[in-house]
Design a protein. Structure first.
Ligand code: FEO
Length: 424
């Protein structure tokens, strides 16, 4: 495949993107062992020509060279942006300068981002949502609103007459192979799974919503914004997303709420506290509590457990004024799953100062967990009274999980009202 050229996907539909084989890290968090591609597309109809997405700024020259092979700038009627992250909008300002007559189509949620990106409030664009269409004459672009895959602004664009889905980052991966099509390139399964796990996994509820829109389509080809174009068995990739986005463990479908108690212990004191927290939680109907020693496991399966759990409690000793490394390692691995809205708690034994518990509570709040019960700190060996405090921590957490204690909502407007005169 000659990628010095625009590459046809079908009659009047071309890939006009760029290859970036030397990239080894994307957005700091992703490794890219053989680079990536920035896929952009051009669709020609009988009464209009659309460009769908652009490329990273450094690759603008390549993008324009490809685009000029299949369209003149004065022919462009539409610029569709499925996603405004700079790897897809780097060439946008120059494209708008070269084709000022082309109308921009973006999702409703992309509007503020577009203004921030272009540093202008005076922009002509059309916000679109699911079902909205743009006619190119004999061809129609139909939009699917697919927010949070993986930014709030993300959408997909469906070329009805050709059965082609321009999916943005969805179904994409960082895999650079000049042969471009999934039936021609090397084995990219690892990259596809890795990309899902790091980019889409935290938003799996939104993935399921998007799949509800995509599955009914008569798909002939999926054209993502990165990696191979999926023309062979495109529905297999949709099915794989459905599997990946499904609840993985039994508990999520259960009626019971799940509390996972993780701990690490130097002398067995924090371990005894963890057992007591678990025992207390188990006393409450409707809660299933589990206990895991961080020394006996690995981060990846623990992250899977955390994704499915409703509540999390962390037991840590304090050593040199800090919680211990295995706790921090686990807490720093949670960017790939959604933890906000779960309940959290901390507890632990200490020798001198005991800051570890408060530090873990702060971290949990930083991750947007709710920490409804103050943690239990015990100097050295827990007494029976202190173990009872741990059991009560478990019971309280369990009551919050089951809704037996609910968050008190304070109405500030009520609080600020003038006091009324008492009657009688
Ligand atoms: Fe490929 Fe989210 O940008």
């Amino acid at each position: 495949m000659d990628t010095d050229q625009a590459v046809p996907l079908g009659p009047g539909v071309h890939w006009v993107g760029a290859l970036d084989p030397g990239l080894r890290e994307f957005d700091v968090i992703l490794k890219t062992a053989n680079g990536t591609t920035y896929n952009a597309y051009c669709v020609r109809g009988s009464a209009g020509v659309a460009v769908i997405d652009t490329v990273k700024a450094e690759y603008a020259d390549t993008f324009f060279a490809h685009l000029e092979q299949v369209a003149r700038y004065d022919e462009l009627t539409a610029i569709v942006l499925n996603h405004l992250e700079p790897d897809h909008t780097g060439a946008l300002p120059e494209l708008m300068r070269r084709a000022p007559q082309a109308r921009l189509y973006i999702s409703v949620k992309a509007q503020m981002m577009l203004k921030a990106l272009l540093k202008s409030e005076a922009l002509a664009y059309t916000p679109v949502g699911t079902g909205d269409t743009v006619s190119l004459g004999d061809r129609t672009l139909r939009f699917l609103n697919t927010p949070y895959l993986h930014w709030p602004d993300t959408q997909c664009t469906w070329l009805e007459e050709e059965g082609m889905l321009f999916s943005g980052d969805v179904f994409g991966c960082h895999f650079c192979d000049a042969r471009l099509f999934n039936d021609r390139v090397g084995d990219f399964r690892f990259s596809f799974e890795y990309y899902y796990a790091h980019i889409m996994r935290p938003f799996r509820e939104y993935v399921r919503d998007a799949l509800d829109l995509i599955e009914p389509l008569e798909l002939k080809l999926i054209a993502p914004a990165h990696g191979p174009i999926l023309r062979d068995a495109p529905r297999a990739y949709v099915q794989r997303y459905r599997q990946l986005a499904a609840p993985q463990l039994h508990n999520e479908a259960d009626r019971d709420k799940t509390l996972i108690v993780f701990y690490i212990s130097s002398y067995g004191n924090t371990a005894r506290m963890a057992q007591a927290v678990r025992d207390g939680a188990e006393e409450i109907d409707g809660v299933r509590a589990s206990l895991y020693d961080l020394q006996g496991g690995e981060v990846t399966p623990f992250v899977d457990l955390i994704e499915e759990a409703d509540g999390l409690a962390f037991g840590t000793p304090t050593i040199n004024g800090d919680a211990v490394k295995p706790i921090w390692d686990l807490l720093s691995s949670l960017a790939v799953v959604k933890v906000s809205e779960k309940l959290g708690a901390a507890f632990g034994s200490y020798g001198w100062s005991g800051e570890g518990v408060n530090m873990v509570e702060d971290r949990l709040r930083g991750l947007k967990l709710r920490v409804p019960v103050k943690g239990v700190r015990v100097k050295l060996i827990p007494t029976e009274d202190e173990l009872e405090k741990c059991r009560e921590l478990g019971r309280e957490l369990a009551r919050h999980l089951t809704g037996r204690i609910t968050r008190r909502v304070i109405d500030m407007a009520e609080l600020l009202k003038e006091p009324s005169h008492a009657q009688g």
